[in-house]
Unconditional design. Sequence first.
Length: 343
Amino acid sequence: MAKLWGGRFSKNTNELVDAFNASIDFDKRLYHEDIRGSIAHAGMLAKCGIIPAEDGEKIIAGLKDILADIEAGNFHFDVALEDIHMNVEARLTERIGSAGARLHTARSRNDQVALDMHMYMKREVAEIAELLLKFEEALLTVAKKHEKTLMPGYTHLQRAQPITFAHHMLAYFNMLQRDFRRLLGVWEGADMMPLGAGAIAGTTFPIDRFMVAEELNFGTVYPNSMDAVSDRDYIIEFLSFSSTLMMHMSRLSEEICLWSSTEFGFVELDDAFATGSSMMPQKKNPDISELVRGKTGRVYGHLMAMLTTAKGLPLTYNKDLQEDKEGFFDAIDTVKFTLAVYR
Ligand code: ARG
């Protein structure tokens, strides 16, 4: 299929280059945001008289059909079309003809991908906030039940002073309250709309960024177009939040592993949340807690990878920035799974 940028090229891209360059295998996760963003952009282009109203309507109807197709599993994602943006746009033009190509007016994939990621971040942060609150509630419930349950408190992993189990659980509750506060900060960092930055320096078309921002529920727009297309701070902030949260979850996990051992014998794991051994029937293994402890390292890795990717990049967009996605998506999945199994 013809590439969006194929105009000045006389040869097809090498197959290996297509495969290496492509992000579609993972950025198809952004399809919903990509299409919603495009609908808002097309509506604005038509309203501002930059494209004919009739083309705007065709584009929006076509995008809605594509969204329905993707959701019904009837969309073929093509690696040669590199990413979600070009997959959707190529299909749109195939369907509605030349009006489809007008969608790209006053826009670049650089500000488009930034828009998608900001929108996706805000959606996921809202879901994670809910899971986090549910887990905090679970901690409160356990604490309430064990107001009078005594246990040893430790320093240096040596018995120190008697405490209650509630006291211990509420320490985790307070840690997670701080995580929640950090998560709100992540949301704020993502609540700035980058669309309109174009590839780097904006556009000479008389666009209305504020109209798009309002349509897509953004609190504000980027004041600087170069920052808009190269900023990945909001992803670093999310990964930093995730790393701290996982560190807390990992400490709790380590305690559960200790407490459920025969040596400590403080808790017995629920059968639905433990695994056994066929050869050693006396065992009940805390796999879930061990995995949370283990997955924490992976999330730290994503934070380090993103910081390292960004550190040597000249302004503005560089293809290195495509590497912002896999670690981010994996951190989201890991954090959500962890909170869900523990609540
Ligand atoms: N797939 C790209 C990414 O995720 C989209 C932006 C590509 N822009 C470009 N100028 N090649 O970063």
